[in-house]
Design a protein around this ligand. Structure first.
Ligand code: UD1
Length: 422
């Protein structure tokens, strides 16, 4: 462990959860929406904005571009009237992959964009060829110079873009770029995640004419008159799934407020098979579980509405000490099983086989010092820790802070013994 990562979350496991937790706004919705605030040259207010390091980094990008951008009491404010540069600073580009969405947004607003290749969690190759192809289809010139990208939007025209895979990032970049073209662009094979719909919803509030048919076809009628926008982001379905996995792991009876079950059908289906009981009321769900998963569970990640790759590792955590033999197949990223060796430190019994893992339910897990290898891996280690005997210390907390607004506090609200130290 390096000296920069000595902060840790300490969790004392082994007791059932009870209490109430509120689901904060969705990271994967708010980041592209913040990038889209550059489009309208006006004020934007984003409500229920979680306090995440990725949100702070995005606001730093907006400030560096010349916007007035700040975060206050769960709200982000961005005034994008004065943008003074089309270059995204290197440091912020390295922090998170979603910063690549500024490519389409800045090119649409200023006619050019400059940045280096994006960073983010190490999950595999993560190329951006589909982003570049989509922008080129709209007439943008893109030069790749070593690790830097230069985009020029001189002769834009509408296009019929067909994505070969429903990439979330490529869909977002294509939509944002297409808002600057005169005429109607269609994107088929587009990602259908709820966070894409939330971005389209926000864009309509700015005055754009953007519509989804709900089946992977998005239509953009570009170059509309724009104005200020006020928007509340959707609840974070990945946070909700993480907390549900926690209840499945150690048993309990909790209420999750601010939830959209219609965004989580594939997750609810799998978690029901794992023995969880969900009782829905308006905007909330009561989650009950015994702490013992019965039967053999098989899960595979797929583009939405399939089971989300972002829930794969927390789902694995919830299976580690359950009876039976379970399989999880990862179809989105090549390298999203790094957490396995950390689970093994806690007594888990996992066999990796290519792009899948077989989990042979261990009788018990024990606390250990473990390392968050990426954002969702970090959350998964916290979930496993809830069901382990003794204390677990999860290091490299900076990964977890990219996507969870004070996870130890959220877990404490659900009756867990969880604190951040260091
Ligand atoms: C993906 C997830 C998203 C999740 C996010 C962070 C999917 C479909 N997307 O979004 O739900 O929130 O990670 O964990 O589940 N790809 C290319 N070329 C491209 C773009 C993507 O080959 O130009 C490949 C990627 O390497 C990956 C797959 O397509 O294997 C999905 O990529 P994409 O949806 O773009 O990734 P994110 O936008 O990061």
């Amino acid at each position: 462990m390096d000296g920069l990562c000595r902060e840790y979350i300490k969790i004392k496991g082994g007791k059932p959860l009870s209490g109430v937790a509120r689901i904060h706004g969705a990271k994967n919705a708010v980041l592209p929406i913040l990038a889209a605030t550059v489009l309208n040259a006006a004020e934007n207010v984003i409500e229920d904005c979680p306090d995440l390091s990725d949100v702070r980094a995005t606001l730093e990008i907006l400030t560096a571009l010349g916007c007035e951008a700040y975060f206050e009491n769960g709200r982000a404010f961005v005034d994008s009237k004065n943008i003074t540069t089309a270059s995204v600073p290197f440091e912020q580009m390295q922090k998170m992959r979603s910063s690549v969405i500024f490519l389409g947004a800045l090119a649409a607003r200023l006619g050019e964009a400059h940045m280096c290749l994006p960073g983010g969690c190490s999950l595999g190759l993560r190329p951006i060829d589909m982003h570049i192809e989509a922008l080129r289809a709209l007439g943008m010139e893109i030069e790749v110079d070593g690790l830097c990208l230069h985009c020029y939007a001189k002769n834009l025209h509408p296009a019929e873009i067909r994505l070969k895979f429903p990439s979330v990032g490529a869909t977002e970049n294509a939509v944002l770029a297409a808002t600057a073209t005169q005429g109607v662009t269609t994107i088929t094979g587009a990602a259908q995640e709820p966070e894409i719909d939330d971005l389209l919803h926000f864009l309509r509030k700015q005055g754009h004419l953007v519509f989804s048919d709900g089946k992977g076809c998005i239509t953009i009628n570009g170059k509309q008159p724009l104005h200020e926008a006020h928007h509340r982001v959707i609840p974070d379905r990945i946070l909700a799934a993480t907390l549900m996995a926690g209840v499945i792991t150690c048993g309990g009876d909790v209420v999750l407020e601010n939830i959209r079950p219609d965004h989580m059908e594939s997750v609810l289906h799998v978690f029901r098979n794992m023995g969880a009981i969900f009782i829905f009321s308006q905007n909330a769900v009561r989650v009950k579980a015994s702490g013992n998963v019965k039967g053999d569970i098989t899960v595979e990640t797929l583009p939405y509405p399939g089971f989300p790759t972002d829930v794969q590792s927390v789902c694995m955590a919830a299976l580690l000490k359950s009876e039976g033999i379970h399989e999880i197949r990862e179809n989105i990223f090549e390298d999203r099983f790094r957490v396995v060796s950390e689970f093994e430190k806690m007594g888990a019994n996992i066999i990796p086989i290519g792009n899948k893992v077989r989990i042979v339910g261990a009788k018990a897990l024990h606390g250990a010092d473990v390392e968050a290898t990426d954002l969702r891996a970090g959350a998964a280690l916290c979930v496993a820790a809830l069901g382990a005997e003794g204390d677990t210390r999860v290091f490299s907390v900076h990964h977890i802070k990219r996507g969870y607004d004070n996870l130890p506090q959220i877990l404490s609200n659900m009756g867990a013994t969880a604190v951040e130290k260091g």
